[in-house]
Design a protein around this ligand. Structure first.
Ligand SMILES: [Zn+2]
Length: 423
């Protein structure tokens, strides 16, 4: 459970607050800052997380994340990218996942466990007992149950490359092992490397990116777990060849990584498809699933606002499918360019025909059976009255349906989409 311990701000009292998502083995709080125009509130916006210092002896990430937080708060309403991120994304920053390892200047935590090998693994389920996880790992797992992250990155040191899933292979061989969203991950990793001062010029890694298993297989890693269990597209970023650079090199390292970090977070609202899903009969939000034909992976819209955020490589044609139990699925084909696209869905209930006359408000069919039964057993003298009632209800249904479509058009909250589609 996430406990709000205190809050503070760096800009006009509303940009940032901190929470502890758990404690390390030695009892240090795992502090997370949330940077947003409405921190701590749920909005129909994507969320991104940065995690630094997963390995205790890789401290550059924790320093750069503090510099990132300061830069964003100092540049709100001054820099367009800072303003876009703060207004349209909820950015969560955990500068140190492994404060004990940092104090001990070693890779593992206080129990000397490598935290990036401590997550349940898809191929080798020997470590699936959640009770045996390290407290730092458990904190991340519970955090992902609380917050719906669209994407994330963990920061490491000792190399210069943007690494993407899968991290492991089924046969433990060192091979390129593509996950269903390989193209999207290559796009995200390339966005980071190309925005970096020199990552894309790497002689070791073509374009400054690598598939995790192609470099070296990892089991129990955090990025695969995020994609499989958190619907979160996570990269593992190696941001400095030197794990312990001199302190006076940090400003340079920040400058080298600054645009990469900003562009990666901003990509959540500058690329991909976004939208909301509503019921046609009552206009209520539907936490439906969104899938892309040909990609064996789906994400869910949020319970509260029914917003979804699907990262996808640009320049492709996609068939987007919305499904929800009790509703008829809908699909549409889109061509995604370099700009973000809004694709909203209005789904019809499976039983729309027999229940439509009696459905009203936002009840969404919860009590239709009892109302139908009441009408069916009305005695003869009341039939005329009931016919008039049915006509009135039918008219109300028509008005509410129109209002539902109008409302969801009005409620779009995404910036600058070139095109919008309602399906
Ligand atoms: Zn590392």
């Amino acid at each position: 459970m996430i406990i709000l311990t205190h809050s503070f701000s760096l800009f006009e009292g509303f940009l940032e607050f901190s929470i502890s998502i758990g404690k390390s083995v030695l009892g240090f709080p795992l502090w997370v800052m949330e940077i947003s125009d409405k921190p701590g509130e749920e909005e129909a916006e994507p969320a991104f997380k940065f995690i630094g210092n997963v390995h205790g002896d890789e401290p550059v990430g924790r320093e750069l994340l503090l510099l990132l937080a300061n830069w964003l708060c100092n540049n709100y309403m001054k820099d367009p990218l800072a303003t876009l991120i703060i207004d349209k994304v909820h950015l969560h920053i955990l500068p140190s996942m492994n404060p004990d390892g940092f104090s001990l200047r070693r890779r593992g935590n206080a129990n000397n466990i490598d935290l990036n090998r401590d997550f349940p693994d898809q191929f080798f389920p020997m470590n699936d007992d959640l009770g045996t996880r390290q407290p730092e790992t458990k904190a991340i797992i519970s955090w992902l149950r609380e917050i719906r992250f669209t994407a994330s990155a963990s920061l490491h040191g000792g190399a210069l490359v943007a690494n993407y899933p899968w991290d492991g292979t089924e046969n433990k061989q060192k091979n390129y092992y593509a996950c269903p969203d390989d193209e999207t991950f290559r796009f995200m990793a390339s966005l980071y490397s190309r925005s970096h001062y020199n990552m894309s010029l790497s002689k070791e890694f073509r374009g400054g990116i690598t598939n995790g298993a192609f470099w070296y297989p990892v089991y129990g890693g955090m990025q695969d777990w995020n994609y499989i269990h958190g619907s979160c597209f996570e990269l593992t970023l190696e941001i400095s060849d030197n794990k312990w650079p001199a302190a006076n090199e940090l400003p340079t390292l920040w400058e080298f990584n600054k645009m990469s970090m900003l562009n990666l977070v901003a990509s959540l609202v500058k690329t991909g498809i976004h939208g909301r899903i509503f019921s046609s009969d009552c206009g209520g939000p539907l936490p439906a699933s969104i899938a892309i034909k040909g990609i064996n992976y789906s994400i869910k819209a949020s319970q509260t606002f029914a917003d979804y955020h699907r990262l996808l490589a640009p320049g492709e044609r996609y068939e987007v499918i919305a499904t929800m139990p009790g509703y008829k699925s809908k699909r549409t084909s889109i061509t995604l360019g370099d700009e973000t696209m809004t694709v909203d869905f209005v789904l019809d209930p499976e039983n729309a025909l027999k229940g439509s006359l009696l459905r009203h408000g936002c009840d969404c069919g919860s009590d239709n059976k009892s109302r139908r039964t009441f009408i069916e057993f009305l005695p003869g003298p009341y039939l005329e009255v009931s016919a008039i009632l049915i006509l009135i209800l039918a008219f109300l249904c028509f008005v509410l349906k129109r209002r539902a479509i109008y409302n969801h058009l009005k409620q779009r909250q995404f910036v600058g989409p070139k095109r919008s589609v309602v399906v």
